[in-house]
Structure formats: structure tokens, C-alpha cells
Design a protein around this ligand. Sequence first.
Ligand code: BGP
Length: 477
Amino acid sequence: MKDFCEGFLWGGATAANQCEGAWNVDGKGASVSDMCTNGSYKVPKRITKTIEENTLYPSHEAIDFYHHYKEDIKLFSDMGFKTFRMSINWTRIFPTGMEDEPNQAGLKFYDNVFDECLKYGIEPLVTISHYEMPIALTEKYNGWESREVIDCYMNYCTAIFERYKNKVKYWLTFNEINVGVMNLGSILSLGTFKDYNGVIFSVPDNKHARFQGLHHQFIASAKAVKLAHDNYPQFKMGNMSIFMTSYPFTCNPDNVLLNQERNRINNWFCSDVQVRGEYPSYMDRYFEENDINIIKESGDEQILKDGCVDFYTCSYYSSSCSGIEESEETKGNIMGGLRNPYLEESDWGWIIDPKGLRFALNEVYDRYRIPMMVVENGLGAYDTVEEDNSINDDYRIDYLKKHIVQMKEAVKDGVELIGYTPWGCIDLVSASTGEMAKRYGFIYVNKFDDGTGDLSRMPKKSFYWYKNVIKTNGQEL
Ligand code: BGP
């Protein structure tokens, strides 16, 4: 029977804006994330037009990976990481996104980070854009709504591909690109929120701008893939989508159809374009019924065809149900739905569903038949530091163990899974709430929601557990 392949890429994942800090250091410009305040499960975070005094902006210091990367990568290596998923902060390389020449200090920083990884035999897995587009592009162009932003992104890709061609092989064009099918995507990834400031979840919806923005992201992604394929044959280019398994709430055919429709729009639309190189036919009706008219140029079809990704990646945290009934709802990571009565949830109300991951992996592999990675998964939880300084995060071990068991089942089912990078391998700022208290890491960071903390790092119990998982290639869980 099949098992995790030799050379399986065990590792962990982060994003620049959630860990680096040093938000305005060495020539870095402000990104969308740098304009977001902290929040909590109860108090939502806000985006502000200017930096407000006496307000905490968690990305500004985060866990200061910028100055701790050597120590952190050493700890990853102690765990036996084969890969480290991280993002390049666009605004470190092009502070406004519109310069002709890249910022040398920014380029140098990532040289140092990659060299440090390679020193330990850790393969960098790089997200090109992870919720950190230059704020200047949102102001000038309303973000991805304008086609001009494709050129800015390509300028950025050209600079980083050429600079890191001997250091980075695996690239992801956009983090969770399908967040753009939801309103929240206007802030996080599309930058189509011109002149809005306030609670991020309350941004007024502009469907046209979102889907136009997504179209531009598809074109940018395809062009980046083609640039890589034409010039850097050693590169492997991937997509990255949120996969939120969705079940019909009951076997009522209306629920089954509703579930199919939601799956298509939320889970499949973006990856269908990026993997198959064309818009799926089912979207025509959706666009028509929602009065969405995407402006395309004549060469776009060909660009999409020429820019299909080499491997599929997704984040997976939770699942939900679709139904026409009135019933309790659940949020989950970004997408929600009806609450599944068979499953438990995390302290942040995200349903925990390891079998939903096996289901997802099978569905995706059946559809695309290309190598896959799960590049985000994990449990955001409150951790307690005991008197002897130990952190006994058995709940996190339990969550990850159950998901790895199901990944193994999927491999036995025939899925070509080549990597797994649990989210927030070191504690970092939460994307949805801006908190530190929602911790995912194998490594604890002494940093708190009020901005205090000495930033010291400490392995949790899960650190030693995961080290053994990697050592035994998933045999001992
Ligand atoms: C994903 C994002 C990550 C990350 C993760 C966990 O949607 O790609 O950036 O933060 O979710 O979410 P949160 O931080 O809100 O718990």
C-alpha cells in the first residue's frame, strides 16, 4: 500500500506580514496589512487610512522575524524541516509597487533568509503575494481592479525570479486566491476598497471590482507561470486556494444542488482557471445572474492557457454544510456555512474535521491529477506556559495527528501528496483577528496582544512530537 513518499516535504508555513515586523525598516513601504489594527475574537480588526496614534498595528513588530530569522530557522532545522513556506513582502522589494528598480536592502534580506534555509537543507517554498499588497496600489488603482497592477506584479516577479533563481524552486503565485470570491477578499487580497476605513468585515461589497480583480490576478498568475517556465525550467509553480469542504446538510436534493453551487464558486472556480487554464462553464450563469461583466482583452484566453500551474496547494482548516434550512451557522477560516452537528469546534468556532481533509484531497486529485501540497492547516488555540516553562499543547498534537492520519489515508487512496506545511509553525499574528493569543506554533513566542513581550522563543510539546513525525516520515504519530 502507498505511504508518504520518500522526500516528502514536511515543514511549516508563515507569511511575511504576520511574522516579520520591521514594517518601515530598510526602505520597506506600507502594505495593506500594515494599515490593519489589532482585534480579537469579539472585537473585529479595522483598516485605517493613516496610522492612528495610540493604536496597535500588529504587523509593525509582529514576532520580529526580521531580526530573529537565524534563530527561528535554526529551530525549524532542529525539528527536521524539509521545507519552509514563507512569503516575500512585496513592499520590501517595491515599496509602492510602482518603482522601476527594486529596493536592494529588501532583496538582501531574503537572500539572507534563503541562505540560512539552504544551509540546513531546508527548501524554501515562497508565496509571492500573501495579503500584503502595497497600499499605494490600492490608493492609485483601487488595487487589482485595474489592469495596470498586472505589470506591477510582473515587475516584482521578474526581480525576485532573477535574484533567487538559484535559491528557490517552489513558488505560489497568490495566497488563498479564492478569498476574492468573498467580500473580505476586497481587503485582504484584492485591495479593491478605495477610501474605505473601518471594520474589515464591513467593507461595502463591490462584486464587479472583485471579479474584475480576480480576472487580473488570474492573468498575473498565468504570466508569472509562463515567465518561470520560459526562463527558469527548474521552477515549480503552484496555485494556492482555501479548501473548505462543504457537505449537503441533508440529502434533500435542494441542499445537494446548493452544495454543488457553493463548492463550485468557493472551492473550484479559481483553481479550475489556474490548473486547467480556462474559465469553467458553470461560472457564466453565476456572472449573468449577479450582473457581473468582466472586461477581458483579446489575448487573455491564450495567456490563461499558457500559464497552468504545475502543482496544486491549499489551506485546510475546517468544513461546513450547505442547506436551505434555518440552522446554526459556523464561520471557519474565511468561508462559513451551516454547522455540522457531528463535529466539534475550536475556541474560535472553527469546525474540526480531519476526514474532510481526506475527502478534499481525493476530490482535488480526481479533478486535476497533479501533485498536491497542504500548505496550511492547524489549530489556533490559547496556550499556557507552566511554572517550569513547559507548554503542553496536547490539543494541538491531537488536531495535527488526526489530520496527518487522514492525509495518509488519502495517499493510500492514490492522491499524489508531496508536502505538508502546518500553519504558523512559530506563533505569529492572526490574519483574521490580528491577535497573538490565537497561537498555532510548535514554537512559542513571548509576545502578547497588548504589544508587550520579550520576543523570546520556546519549543512547545508539539515541537518534539512533530520532530519525530518528520524523522519517521509520518510513521510514528
Ligand atoms: C489563512 C491565511 C493565513 C492564516 C490562516 C489562519 O486564511 O492564509 O494567513 O492566518 O488562515 O487564520 P487566522 O490567522 O485568522 O487564525
